[in-house]
Design a protein around this ligand. Structure first.
Ligand SMILES: Cc1ncc(COP(=O)(O)O)c(C=O)c1O
Length: 404
């Protein structure tokens, strides 16, 4: 086997399709989000504005979060020192699980090292524990849920995105006695649409199914205390397991599930992705604790984000840019071609100091490649105006209006 040739061919395929990923080398400027420095090119770091961060509310730079992390670092040191079972269960972890359980009105919560791991570990374990379990999965579910479902080895039925009629058809076709789990997201982060939570829960009740809801792109940002769409829509008590990340609106790192005590105990006791890995650093956990507590009582960041998103969508629409319909904080701009999406992103960075990453297959279906903007409370009117003007200029330069 010519290993080198096979690896080269794999990379060449990505180049040929225009979806080879280039990571942009940046440093954020603490306290000045969304300003950052970019190390691309040879002229030293250059100032840029970040438009694609999932630190949606800039909590990663919030003074309370920074102070809590500094305090923890000086108090207990850097790492946790072990798995949760062997040396790595700190008081910070216990406190944060209590805070997250309270956020979602659940009996318990369990931390993981990322949202990805929480989805993979929980779904794969749950479906193994339930003999003959069938998982009903929204077709646009995140890769981490798909990995969990696949690794569970159980039967899977995929329903059309947010289509409750199709979901019901699939549920009705199965043995009423078979254990069932419906896995879906609240905010779908590439389109910015929201699942019909109550309609899905109604079906779960009717067909005696458990529900698993990924609120990664909603926690911190929706609901009066940041409990997500399930809090906003008063559906949390109807969802069996709510999953979230600590790395996006909460600004730090990690993932979690919240559920009743028995389920938490089962996952804690059986999920390899929870058991066999060093627990999150207490420094990270301390930062998240500060962020969750702050966002439970402050709506300022949420309101600022919603206002910024509404404003940017309006500006794009007024300028005739192909802004996609989104009912959330996510502002996607359709390009429909991976090479063009990359080219626009390159021009924005090189000529306008605007950083937005192109989104390609497999993150979105082929032919729907896009730029995905995440305006937040710190993006000013002036930044939005400059961004819109830059996009209009590029759209004209690349003759994209004629194509639209
Ligand atoms: C819907 C969804 N679930 C889970 C994850 C994984 O979360 P994390 O980044 O904390 O691993 C992501 C990450 O982008 C996501 O978009």
């Amino acid at each position: 086997m010519d290993y080198q040739r096979v690896f080269t061919q794999a990379i060449d395929r990505l180049h040929a399709e225009g979806r080879y990923r280039v990571f942009i080398d940046i440093l954020r400027n603490k306290g000045m989000f969304p300003n950052a420095r970019c190390f691309a090119g040879h002229n030293g770091p250059k100032p840029i504005t970040v438009w694609c961060s999932n630190d949606y509310l800039a909590m990663g730079q919030h003074p309370k979060v920074i102070a809590a992390m500094e305090e923890a670092l000086h108090d207990v040191g850097a790492g946790s020192g072990g798995t949760r079972n062997i040396g790595g269960n700190t008081h910070y972890h216990v406190d944060l699980e209590g805070e997250l359980a309270d956020l979602h009105g659940k009996e318990g919560a369990l931390l993981f090292t990322s949202g990805y791991v929480s989805n993979e570990a929980t779904l794969s374990t749950l479906a193994k524990i339930l003999p003959g379990c069938i998982i009903f999965s929204d077709e646009l579910n995140h890769a981490s849920m798909i990995a969990g479902i696949r690794n569970s080895g159980c039967e899977k039925r995929v329903f059309r995105h947010n289509d409750v009629e199709h979901l019901e058809e699939l549920l009705a076709a199965e043995d009423p006695e078979a254990p069932k789990l419906i896995a879906f997201e609240s905010v779908y982060s590439m389109d910015g649409d929201i699942a019909p939570l109550h309609a899905i829960c109604d079906l779960a009740d009717k067909y005696n199914a458990l529900t698993y809801l990924d609120e990664v792109h909603a926690v911190g940002m929706y609901g009066p205390r940041g409990g997500g769409i399930s809090e906003r829509d008063e559906a949390a008590s109807r969802i069996t397991i709510i999953e979230g990340t600590l790395g996006k609106a909460f600004g730090v790192m990690g993932g979690y599930i919240a559920a009743d005590k028995m389920i938490i105990d089962v996952i804690r006791s059986y999920a390899p992705g929870f058991i066999f890995t060093t627990s999150l650093s207490p420094v990270l956990v301390a930062g998240v604790l500060a962020a969750v507590r702050h966002l439970k009582s402050s709506s300022e960041e949420r309101d600022g984000q919603q206002a910024a998103a509404a404003r940017l969508k309006a500006m794009f629409a007024e300028a005739g840019l192909p802004v996609m319909r989104s009912v959330t904080h996510i502002v996607p701009l359709m390009v429909g071609d991976p090479v063009k999406a990359k080219r626009i992103s390159d021009i924005l960075l090189a000529e306008y100091g605007v950083y937005v990453q192109p989104i390609n297959y497999p993150t979105v279906p082929r032919g729907t490649e896009r730029l995905r903007f995440t305006p937040g409370p710190a993006h000013s009117e002036e930044m939005m105006r400059e961004l819109t003007d830059a996009l209009v200029e590029i759209w004209d330069r690349l003759d994209m209006r004629a194509a639209a």
